[in-house]
Design a protein around this ligand. Structure first.
Ligand code: KG4
Ligand code: ZN
Length: 333
């Protein structure tokens, strides 16, 4: 029997990751995160691409060693082609081309946003089609309808900031480290959502989070004028209130999408799908509405190459290969 072994590379933002998947079984998924961005308050593109260059060799060797696979056994090289930071993507794409050329094996390009969704097909139980997925990350907020791993329709998205971006920008106002989503999540669990922030009134399945950001900014400014220690004294409650309104906004649109499309197979994906409030809200809503909910394990929520590998596995089965003149792209679904 011939095996299908995929070596997948993810370098679209600030995580360098390589995964090995053999016959749909994940053998390794090594992620090296660039913690140096923490002190800088955000990802610095130039720095991110340089770090990818430094780390990619080590990460690949670690992934092969953990999987106990040699390069000679690999059937195809998969790589994130976009969307993401151009410099970061270029490192992964060039590296992948080099490997494919050297080994004389196919190159498979993967769309990062598609891959976040297809992470649900790494471990059983797999969603049944049609399937609706809410993808919430630092750069995107999308509702997608899937008929198969290849047929995806974008049915809703943010008009401005992404949900993760809202967490990160509000975190900055509260003096929290970047990225702030997980910190707000942790603090929220110690607080009560007693401050009222607005849910944007946007038609259809679209989102907007920039109004929330502005509302929190003016609220904090007014309160700090009255009491300079307001943020310090009320941090947990502010976090709980911010998380509450973001989760409510996301769930409102997800419910609307499920009703409109008459679909009960519902999932969440992307960095913000690690949020405990969102995970709990999805579980509760699923029980109430008879949905089958798909909540990814935490290691598949943030950027990882396992999701690139499973996406490429489906493409490999269709012989959907890319040319060696593949160019990375910064935007697009
Ligand atoms: O998918 P991802 O790793 O990278 C992008 O492709 O953007 O998502 C990163 C985003 C960041 O905005 C981060 O603050 C957010 O995910 N995030 C969270 C949590 N963990 C990560 N947001 C809310 N709650 C969390 N527990
Ligand atoms: Zn991502």
């Amino acid at each position: 029997m011939t095996h299908t072994t995929i070596l997948a590379i993810e370098s679209s933002c600030d995580d360098t990751s390589v995964a090995i998947l053999k016959d749909r079984k994940l053998l390794s998924n090594i992620v090296s995160s660039q913690w140096n961005h923490k002190d800088l308050g955000g990802v610095i593109p130039e720095l991110a691409s340089r770090k990818h260059l430094e780390q990619i060799d080590v990460v690949m060797e670690a992934a092969l060693a953990k999987a106990n696979i040699s390069l000679e056994e690999v059937s195809a090289i998969a790589v994130t082609a976009g969307p993401g930071l151009l410099g970061s993507l270029l490192v992964g794409v060039s590296y992948a081309k080099g490997l494919a050329l050297r080994q004389s094996i196919p190159l498979i390009q993967v769309n990062h946003m598609h891959a976040h969704i297809l992470a649900h097909f790494i471990d059983e139980p797999y969603p049944a089609f049609p399937f609706i997925c809410l993808t919430v990350s630092g750069g995107h907020t999308q509702i997608v309808r899937l008929e198969s791993p290849f047929e995806m329709e974008l049915i809703g998205q943010t008009r401005d900031d992404a949900a993760g971006e809202a967490f990160d920008k509000i975190g900055k106002m509260l003096g929290l480290e970047y990225p702030s989503g997980a910190i707000i999540d942790r603090l929220a669990q110690e607080g009560k959502p007693r401050f009222d922030f607005p849910i944007a009134d946007i038609p259809n399945l679209d989102f907007s989070f920039s109004g929330l950001k502005t509302a929190v900014k003016y609220f904090l400014r007014a309160e700090v004028k009255k009491d300079a220690d307001f943020i310090q004294k009320n941090k947990a409650d502010i976090c709980a209130s911010v998380q509450d309104v973001i989760v409510k906004t996301l769930m409102q649109k997800l419910i609307l999408a499920a009703e409109r499309e008459n679909i009960k197979e519902i999932g969440i994906a992307g960095g913000v799908s690690a949020n405990s409030g969102l995970r709990k809200a999805l579980e509760e809503t699923a029980q109430l509405r008879g949905w089958k909910a798909y909540i990814p394990q935490i290691s598949y929520t943030t950027d990882n190459a396992a999701m690139i590998a499973i996406s490429a596995f489906f493409k490999f089965q269709n012989s959907d290969f890319s040319d060696l003149d593949l160019k990375p792209f910064t935007r697009g679904f």
